[in-house]
Design a protein around this ligand. Sequence first.
Ligand SMILES: Nc1nc2c(c(=O)[nH]1)N[C@H]1C(S)=C(S)[C@@H](COP(=O)(O)O)O[C@H]1N2
Ligand SMILES: [Mo]
Length: 491
Amino acid sequence: MVDLPSSDDALFATLAGVTGVAGNFALTGYSRSFVVAPIDALVVRLTPGALVAFVIETVGEAGHLLHIALSFCLAIGLFAGISLVGMGVARRADSALAGGLAGVLSWAAATGMTGAPVLSLGAGVPVAVATVLSRHDRSPESHDPTRRRVLGSLAAATGFVGISAGAGTVLEPEEQLDDAPGTADVQQRLDDVAARELDVASDDLPGLVSRIGEFYNVDIAEFEPEIAAEEWSLTFTGEVADDDLTIEYADLQEMPVENRLVTLRCVGEELNGRKLDTAVWTGTPIEPLLDEVDPDSECGCVVLRGEDGYFVEYPVEVLESGFLAWGMNGKELPAQHGHPVRVLIPGHWGETNVKWLTEIELLAEEMDGYWERRGWEGTGTVKSVAKLWDEGITTLDDGRIELAGHAYAGTRGVGRVEVSTDGGDTWSDAALSEPLPDEDVWRQWRYTFQPDGSHEVVVRTVDAGGNVQVSEASDSFPTGASGWVRRTVEA
Ligand SMILES: Nc1nc2c(c(=O)[nH]1)N[C@H]1C(S)=C(S)[C@@H](COP(=O)(O)O)O[C@H]1N2
Ligand SMILES: [Mo]
């Protein structure tokens, strides 16, 4: 006869599941070795595009939370299921054997999915302990068996998770980025940039180069790919004149090195949002490699693919001006920005800059990229924008108000920033930071005025060609936010 699990068993199995996930997390942290990572990758892969598009439109960024929550539940369910199997066995054998079985199975499942046997002990041990404890106190004379079992399991799990967390910190110290090859000149570049920054009253206004930890981040997957430089390669495939061309990290280092300042802006950001940043990138132009493969593409188009399953299509012509980067602000490209190599395309929206780049396929006909399948149109020329940051608004000692922010106009270049303090009736020019030496970069702006009560401040940029930032307001979906940033500023 088959015993169905009792509701008590289900409770303890869930508890075992939670402690398994928690114990695993304590050892691995939020990394690729955490069991939730491969489960989440699967969830992302299996979710239909139409559903993703719907979620992005209805709940926006919170959609990320939805799939990660689902992945956590699945991970808990997995260990809970294993624990239930253990409890089933314990009905016939002793609980130590059952716990051991559940522990080994959980460890094996976690190791199988993450390839990290030591860190997976963080999952196996607590599931084993929780399963063993769930069988204690079945004796008729124990007064409140359920309660004691819960307390016992919780205490054991908490202790274990605490110990693991300590061990995890020792095993995985804070990531230290090495200097990237070819970055000897970067410090000089950074000093040169710093000398061009505006003098502002606010201490917190971001500079002209964004710090690595502060640079915005947009990823389709919750957990970034981990690729060692020695294992990385990039292959040109599809409509090429002769054979596919594969290049490795070491080959890239043989090519001419450049340090370029490039600003990125995500099409998904709000008008006064923060998905706009600039770094000094170290890498090499892509054109010589394209010349070598001699594209023979009828549509003149290409799809770039990243290791995380991301892909984006645009004209070969656009790619020709691109840059393969392996360094960021003098350090090797960090995991979250595409380690070891990403592409950087001047003047286009952020999504064209594929991270963890592994394949460039020359196409015979056009196709939609990852975001285009989800309704976005974000591969084209980036829109101009002037931002007014919270920390850019300062009341000076003499009572005047200083306003400051950044403006960006892609490769058109920022020509002016204009500020209105009367809702857009009259406009004045803001002071600008010295232009940076590269073609696809932002500028800082500053404007000071004598307030008189409440002001409706409006800011807009005019590119170097004289084109005023589009005034008509639109949401970011599907072609990027437009309109002018407006804020009420009180004296
Ligand atoms: N492989 C890969 N490349 C990618 C993405 C991604 O999810 N995966 N996101 C794109 C988007 S939408 C943007 S805005 C930029 C963000 O780059 P960052 O995370 O370095 O700021 O990377 C682009 N390249
Ligand atoms: Mo983006």
